[in-house]
Design a protein around this ligand. Structure first.
Ligand code: NG1
Ligand code: ZN
Length: 579
């Protein structure tokens, strides 16, 4: 007898010889990115930033010989993700779960998918494991069996309600992948809301709104208009009549952030009155231009503005990534030198501002702010936060979910990766304190009102490039700063990030938030010895979670020393990886 789940799975059969993993790549198999690097053409790429297909064992060539059109390799995964999303929703008594189809800053031919929990946060790790297992089941019968096993294990009522929200970015393969998810959701009998094109953070926002509607924690109206109205109004209130200096040019990576920003602008105070925004690289009609020579990843990686950039010295610019959950700022100084204001800079700027407002509101004794970084944060940023701002810094492993979890433990947790992923989260107690506090004088009232507007302006479910950019503008306007003043708060230590290809990156194991290697034996000692030879030296090596490589980071007092240190550590890693 036919079963709808078996039928849906058979409709999108899994390609043979591929192994998939959810999130950053696991420690099994060989990442396809390895195969990709040896691939003669891009048409053989099949990587997903969130669901990464891995070739089983080391048979990358077997994978290449499949010669599949790029996203065929994800069809089967997407149908199964639909099934998992329905199960996850049922396990939470029908709460809305989000499915976002995007490969973020990766090239246009890539795609991927991620699941969003009811409050807009990232999928629980236990369910990442279930998703991975599900993605790797061979056929319809196995999938059905596993679906029922999950239901039994978690006592999920398969007749209970399942509700799932879907959105996608502007990639050409998105429409087909959407159909694949829908087939899975339909087979599982889920109620589906398809929002069409959204930025990743907008989808997170919708999920949170839908699940909190009508409660005391209501987050907003679950529509695009609701999103623009909420953030637009908060921006206006937070500015308190202050006008940001000059204008802001926003490079939208030719991704979904472009049209969404154009829409958001309609809800911001009119030009002349507040911020003048120039939108560039917003061509979504040509999906092949996505993230090409533009966007946050291009700017951060190449340390230069997109070649199309036409701004003059002192003009503030920022770049979003392909799904608008990352943002970095930059400008040309008076000598026409490119200056980057990355995630570390956003974190320090925002932490200093929120610290001031908390103090001015008279809440410094009851609310503590902390900053969460990864080992990639520049040492000068860490020192500035600890010694100048006198705030606590936590360091976590790479990946926003780690930063988010650490930030959740703080009253106000400001977390950013250097590459521009991040946001600020307020604990429930802190939100209550700020909501209920009775100001004792007009100064306190003013600061309190700014804090309340910032809470609304910050997308607390996930890092949101549009909301983060507006927050930066609010802070700069209050401080009456341009980018040069922002840059002048501290001087970055010269640094270098290198990628080392090794035959098996899984032998590189770390501890201490990835800052020290525990394996291969003896390597850390050798790195320490090199670090001790340079002034203000710091270096670490870790296996990338998204690429088949080991990343080496080094910083030191001078550019020459940083580069030399990086080169030497990379050499040590290469030797250890080939022995
Ligand atoms: P890996 O490949 O694990 O270093 C990269 C970024 C992370 C994060 C993830 C997810 C660096 C050094 N690493 O991780 O910050 O953004 O991708 O996209 O930038
Ligand atoms: Zn992204």
């Amino acid at each position: 007898m036919s079963n709808p789940i078996v039928d849906a799975v058979q409709k999108h059969p899994a390609p043979e010889g591929l192994k998939y993993t959810y999130g950053t790549a696991g420690d099994k198999g060989v990442s396809l990115t390895n195969a990709r690097m040896h691939s003669p053409t891009r048409t053989q790429r099949a990587v997903a930033s969130t669901f990464i297909p891995l070739a089983i064992g080391s048979t990358c060539t077997a994978l290449l010989s499949l010669a599949l059109p790029p996203c065929d390799v994800l069809d089967s995964v997407l149908t199964r993700v639909g099934l998992v999303a329905a199960l996850r929703s049922r396990s939470l008594k029908g709460k809305w779960i989000g499915v976002m189809i995007t490969a973020s800053h990766n090239p246009p031919e890539d795609n991927g998918v991620k699941l969003v929990e009811p409050l807009g946060n990232m999928l629980q790790e236990e369910w990442e494991v279930l998703s991975t297992e599900m993605a790797n089941k061979a056929n319809g019968d196995e999938v059905l069996q596993y679906y029922q096993d999950i239901a039994a294990k978690y006592r999920i009522d398969l007749d209970g309600p399942a509700r799932v929200v879907i959105a996608r970015d502007t990639r050409a393969s998105g429409a087909r992948l959407l159909g694949c998810v829908q087939d899975g959701l339909k087979a599982a009998g889920a109620e589906v809301k398809d929002y069409g094109f959204l930025t990743t953070p907008q989808l997170h926002y919708m999920v949170r709104c839908l699940n909190t509607e009508g409660t005391k924690d209501a987050y907003g109206t679950p529509t695009e208009k609701g999103y623009y109205e909420k953030f637009g109004a908060a921006f206006k209130t937070a500015l308190k009549g202050k006008k940001p200096q000059g204008s802001l040019t926003v490079d939208c990576a030719n991704g979904v952030g472009g049209p969404k920003l154009v829409e958001l602008i309609k809800y911001l105070p009119p030009k002349g009155e507040a911020l003048d925004i120039h939108v560039v690289n917003d061509n979504v009609i040509k999906p092949e231009s996505l993230n090409v020579d533009c966007g946050a990843d291009f700017v951060k990686t190449n340390q230069r503005a997109p070649p199309t950039s036409k701004t003059g010295p002192g003009d503030r610019c920022c770049s979003l990534d392909g799904d608008a959950d990352r943002v970095v700022f930059y400008f040309k100084d008076t000598s026409n030198v490119f200056r980057l204001l990355d995630g570390d800079r956003i974190a320090t700027l925002v932490a200093s501002f929120l610290g001031d407002q908390v103090r001015l509101a008279g809440l410094a004794d009851s609310i503590k702010i902390g900053v969460v970084q990864t080992a990639y944060a520049n040492g000068a940023a860490t020192q500035y936060v600890e010694q100048h701002l006198r705030l606590k810094v936590d360091c976590t492993a790479t990946g926003v979910k780690h930063l988010h979890h650490a930030a959740e433990k703080l009253d106000i947790g400001v977390y950013f990766e250097a590459n521009g992923h991040g946001t600020v989260i307020f604990s429930p107690d802190t939100l209550d304190t700020i909501a209920q506090y009775e100001p004792k004088n007009p100064g306190q009232a003013e600061a309190l009102s700014v804090l309340r507007a910032c809470i609304d302006l910050i997308n607390q479910s996930v890092g949101d490039a549009l909301s983060d950019a507006l927050l930066v503008e609010v802070v700069l306007a209050h401080k009456n700063w341009g980018p040069q003043e922002w840059l002048s708060t501290y001087t970055d230590l010269p640094n270098r990030l290198l990628k080392v290809l090794v035959s098996d990156r899984t032998i590189f194991k770390t501890t201490d938030a990835e800052r020290k290697l525990t394996s291969p034996e003896g390597l850390q000692k050798q790195i320490d010895a090199e670090v001790s030879k340079v002034r203000q030296g710091r270096s670490f090596a870790r296996a990338s979670g998204t690429e088949d490589a080991v990343r080496v980071y080094a910083e030191a007092a001078t550019k020459a020393e940083a580069e030399d240190l990086a080169r030497k550590v990379a050499e040590l890693v290469k030797q250890a990886g080939s022995s």
